[in-house]
Ligand binder design. Structure first.
Ligand SMILES: [Zn+2]
Length: 386
């Protein structure tokens, strides 16, 4: 016997759009389907939108997810910036805010800024906090998915093993999900532009280098939640530059935004982007060379996983085609032609919103999962859903 939460999935993924289709698909009685659907409507999970095609008699009303009753709070934290947003259940940002806050100021400072920023978003949108159904954060480090703690990040001193979600969970009394930033961005790009493709690799090149992998519509995290750490593959063991990880000759120490900035005598990857956009020939040549270096490792990833899409995101996606051209050169030259003949190599379509959208969708998938919906329906209502 399907639960109300499972019925919601059938509506959400488009399998069934009317009560009649639910009865036909599930084999449940009309009265059972009516009872389940009424409970989902009462709790504000779905609404009746418009009118379906009639097979004679009264036209059936179409059931759809109600994206507006509940909201999600998300924070996308980078090495030198943070973006927060309040989204509806279709992952559309309703209000946003960003800041140049640096993540190396530590979890106490950054997370208390996030908490205050979340409150400002609620105030600006006029939404009461009891409409918040979940919170998500993504950050530039490997995250233990079960505990939501950072395992290791070279950009985030002081964050290792910090209970990131705890303060926010206490403040808002909702589930808090924590995700690696490249994973979140990969999921956001896949969800918004590539849902028809089964697999996608996203490479984020800003201060550091991170990779997110989506396989069969799910983030692939690996057994240690450490999949995608290609930035620390060592390409030149004799290189004299020491990487943030302590080794020499890592991809990140040769081709990250930080590496390019130090080669060009600049402070950070944003300045490199501005130089390239201004047409500086040295900056352009070095940026293309960095793309070729990253492409060497990506060729292996492409040969191994045969993805449909390779997305470049982060600051280097804003260098016009320059970094991307370098990646393309290496990937095509170093892979078998039939592995890459249908491969799309593109820049991020969501730009600096990829992390926000991906993190919001992860939270929405979680709060609308059958188990979460059935648990919420079983407990006495604590929120007034309009
Ligand atoms: Zn390294």
């Amino acid at each position: 016997m399907l639960t109300a939460g499972q019925i919601l999935q059938l509506i959400r993924n488009g399998t069934c759009r009317t009560r009649k289709e639910l009865i036909a698909y599930t084999g449940l009685s009309r009265s059972t389907i009516t009872e389940r659907v009424d409970r989902l409507i009462e709790a504000g999970y779905i609404h009746e939108s418009g009118v379906g095609i009639s097979g004679g008699g009264r036209p059936p009303s179409v059931l759809d997810i109600d994206a507006t009753n509940r909201v999600v709070l998300v924070a996308d934290l980078g090495a030198g910036h943070a973006r927060v947003a309040l989204t509806d259940l279709a992952a559309r940002p309703l209000v946003e805010e960003h800041s140049e806050i640096r993540i190396d100021r530590g979890p106490k400072v950054v997370l208390s800024w996030v908490r205050r920023a979340f409150q400002r978003l609620l105030d600006r949108s006029g939404r009461p906090s009891d409409q918040v159904c979940g919170i998500g954060l993504d950050l530039p480090g490997s995250v233990d998915h079960a505990s939501g703690r950072v395992i290791r990040s070279f950009l985030m001193p002081g964050w290792d093993d910090h209970p990131i979600g705890q303060g926010l969970r206490e403040a808002f009394d909702v589930p808090v999900l924590v995700e690696n930033d490249a994973n979140a961005m990969a999921f956001g790009e896949w969800w918004s532009s590539w849902r028809r493709s089964r697999s996608l690799i996203l490479i984020k090149v800003s201060t550091g280098i991170g990779t997110g992998i989506v396989l069969d519509g799910r983030i692939y995290r690996g057994v240690e939640d450490a999949a995608g750490n290609i930035g620390h593959v060592r390409l030149r063991e004799s290189d004299d530059r020491v990487c943030t990880c302590g080794s020499r000759g890592c991809v990140a120490s040769l081709a990250s935004g930080h590496a390019l900035a130090s080669d060009l005598g600049r402070q950070n990857s944003r300045e490199v982007v501005r130089l390239v956009q201004a047409g500086d020939p040295t900056a352009i040549a070095l940026t293309q060379e960095a793309g070729r270096t990253v492409g060497i490792v990506l060729a292996t990833a492409v040969s191994l996983l045969n993805p449909a899409v390779l997305v470049l995101a982060g600051d280097m996606a804003e260098t016009g085609e320059h970094y991307l051209t370098g990646i393309r050169e290496s990937v095509y030259r170093r892979s078998l032609p039939f592995t890459t003949r249908n491969l799309e190599i593109v820049t991020s379509s969501l730009g600096d919103r990829a992390g926000i959208v991906g993190t919001a969708v992860l939270v929405i998938d979680h709060v609308l999962s059958p188990a979460a919906v059935d648990a919420a329906l079983a407990s006495p209502p604590t929120t007034n859903v309009v």
